[in-house]
Design a protein. Sequence first.
Lengths: 356, 381, 364
Amino acid sequence: MREPLVEIKDLHVDFEVRDGTIHAIQGATFNIVRGETTGVIGESGCGKSVTAKAIMQMIPKPGKFVKGEVLYHYRDKDNPGQEEIINISDLDPDGTRIRKIRGGEIGMIFQEPMSSLNPVYTAGFQIGEALDIHRLVPKTVGDHMADAITEFRHVTKKESREIAIDYLHKVGLPKPKERVDSYPHQLSGGQRQRVMVAIALSCDPVMLIADEPTTALDVSIEAQILDLMKNLQETEDMAIMFITHNLGVVAEMAQDIIVMYMGKQVERATAVNIFYEPKHPYTKALLESIPHVGKRHRGRLASIKGMVPSPFNLPSGCVFHPRCPSFMPGKCDVIIPKWQEVEENHWVSCLLYEEV
Amino acid sequence: MSDQEAKIPKIKKKEKEEPVSQNYWSLVWWKFKKNKLAVAGGIIVALFYIICFFFAEFFAPYLLQQKTDYLQARPQVLRFVDSEGNFSLRPFVYGLEEEIDMELRKRFYVENPEVKYYLHFFVKGEPYKLLGLIPADLHIFGPDPDNPDAHIFLFGTDRLGRDLFSRIIFGGRLSLWIGLLGQVITMILGVSLGAISGYYGGVTDVVVQRLTEFVAAFPDIPLFIALAAAIPVSWSPEMIYFVLTLILVFIRWGGLARQVRGLILSLREREYVLAAQSSGASDVRIMFKHLIPGTLSHIIVIATLMIPGMILSETALSWLGLGLRPPLTSWGVLLQEVSNVRTIRFAPWLLLPVPFVIFVILAFNMLGDGLRDAMDPYGGR
Amino acid sequence: MAKEPKVYTPGVDVEEHLKPERINDPAVILEVKGLTKYFPIRKGLLKKVVGNVKAVDDISFFVRKGETLGLVGESGCGKTTASRTVIRLYEPTAGAAYFKSTALSSTNEPVIVNLIDLDKEEMKKVRREMSMIFQDPVNSLNPRMSVFDIISEPMVIHGNNDKQENEKVVTDLLERVGLRASHMRRYPHEFSGGQRQRIGIARALALNPKLIFCDEPVSALDVSIQAQTLNLLQDLQSDFNLSYVFVAHDLSVVQHISDRVAVMYVGKIAEVAESDALYNNPLHPYTEALLSAVPKPDPKYESTRIHMQGDVADPSNPPSGCYFHPRCRYTQDICRTTPPEYRELEPDHFVSCHFAEELDLKGV
């Protein structure tokens, strides 16, 4: 049963900067399915990170919602039959409801684990921000976890420590009883990322947003974290939104993949279909431009000609047209392609598939 | 799905005047120009230096040591309308008349509306040597040269009857000059030692670092007092001036050296430095072509913001009698006269050098802040 | 009065350990033997040396003309330090690096010199023949210098100050890397990451080197730009018969561009072999595990991953014996006590593992 957990509908987010307006997301529409992993891939500037932050109502200034909705299908743990649809985009970013969701129901892990206090846990963050305390007073791993745990569960300090140790063990951190009292800088990158996952999990979230969680890690550690996340998804029945630019990682992790380019989603399908039957020229070009371990091309990689355009000067019509090998003059530079389902569960926005 | 057939207009771009060249310093200048406050600060500082340093004699109606008979006279207010309501385009002042207060046993002056002295511009006054070389006698304004009784003391006079307005201008010459010269020497010392220490590391670094720490730990005020007491009275004013400058430099070069060292340390590992080294660049080339230009923006800002400190230090020290002494005249020396309550009570105008000091410092700070903002012209790229 | 460069003469007093083996082969351009670089760890007020970070620990490899040798490994393996030490950006703690230089030769024939022995002047001459491309597109170009200044700097350093002459060369270089001559008046911040890397490549080519050390040149670039840049590097290699030492952590990129690959772990070389041989038939357990850890861009790829326990070893405090033993699933007692020998097990396939013959390892 593929039940939607979070529905993103026609999301538009703009950033007003000194040099103009950046349309960071232009009309993203997709669902995150309960218990499954949705991968979002794209290169820099495609808007994938902003999408994740939009779901959590954490768009950094000077960004703002322009249009669209983020609908969260909330189910109370005690009353699982009932479902309530909450419009996250309507919630006050500093309000109580979103703070319950953020970290409590939807967890998030980032690329740089624990280099600074996790901004998702607003109580500690806001106080720390106000007093700049988080830089002065170092917090142990246990303290970080306690922030999260006590915010969402009514437990004593002692109980939260026990819970923390339990989750540290769950994420495979060796010697959790000792580690809970160490400081983040005493741990390696991989260990810190495990702690991040533990913090995110400790509130029993129904979804985890992972924004490039393994990009800064060595391959061998990356493998460990990916395996960990796959296992946890099974045992905790958790949805994952996995954001990355690494095609290998997304192939391994995601059941569904969304491809983004310059703020627009260009294709969406199951992982198998994206890799084996890509429809959008950008997706195809991306797949052809990566070297594969084990398959040595003797020769050149098929590269995408041209450069990523400036966000202040987006091309007319289809935003990919100047670099597209299937460019159709008179059409692609004039008409904006529609997002449509061309096969079962396979969506593209490309004029090659549109009757024009 | 909304109708998206039409061609969408290109994203609106805010109208932006592009600078002509993307060279770093051009960008800095372009960004600096946009900051009105900073430009104002710069102009004020420049004006102060030009007026006080180069053309003091021209701008001052009286000479530095020119005594008159009007002792501790109050300032004469510049007027355009006289007591009868007559407007005059040419500004004038009322003459001063002596009065004696028998109770206080003090002589003081009041303005006499009957007597008017008009300001004459570009007048022939006391002769001097412009820039120390060219003989001249023109002043930008002054009392009527044909009337030996005419006197214009915009800021009053001191106890020897010397025009304070003129003396403030002359005083600025020394105050500003010490600030600048001291800063230049500090920079030379601080940058070179900081750069060498940061680049070579090792023993040199350790030695320089300990040295700067030693200097920084020195308590300023006791040092000054001790040195001031130690300066022999027989020394010429120029020597004292020179030594004072050195003392100010001594206190400050350590901080600058440490900052430069820090900058060099961070720049030294940049890949473009490695690239130059891998091409075979000499240390000298690396230092002057790559490292120091990278620190220049910081150094300029630091220097600009240090000068007011120097000026303030000199003023304070001289005011306390620990610095310059007459006949050398700086703003601090001018304030030496105002060291007791009696003087402040009866001749408060003698404090007028103070707002000038403050004004110059503010101008330097505005300039320095503007420079600091401009030195990052990439907009945080 | 040119000094005689220190030409390597076979038989002359060189430690056994550092004797070159391959450099006499006319196809070989560089041979590194026993290269070691330790960084001292200093603590305390007097900065006493309390230990060493063994960034590079006795490695040996060689590079053939016109060929790319990939140096791959995870963080702390020493790949970047190794390449920077050969080019003497860092002074080696020990070892030798034999190079065939024409710049130091008094005739047209190249002469073999040990880079480590050369003094500053000699090294400067040899630097014409080798150059480096760096990883970070932002920090590898001096933001205060124009593109022209950046690319012509190597020429200026070596005495070519003729502005017009240099302009011609820079124009040529810019075009070769796919940029335009008009770009030379511009400044680095006006270019994208991929373009900045191209400028760095143009700079590396300025003096017509024979050997280029590429230090993670594509790691900071987007995937589509990586492809363009790799293609450019390959084109340049075939046009100019360049040799590359290609340092990277991305195994798929390394496999694509390298003829031979060396896998490094904590300052040592675990295995060196031809690209295909390494990936299809690894002889070292670390290589096997690494290959299985790389996520494959193929959702249908089914394979049980080999798990390496724990974290990458710490070069300042490496494990005893074989550095990989705590994470290796084939560890035996000898692995804990004795460092394995680095030997040529199959033709042109070197490995340092006690059990390389016996193990039957899985490739990709």
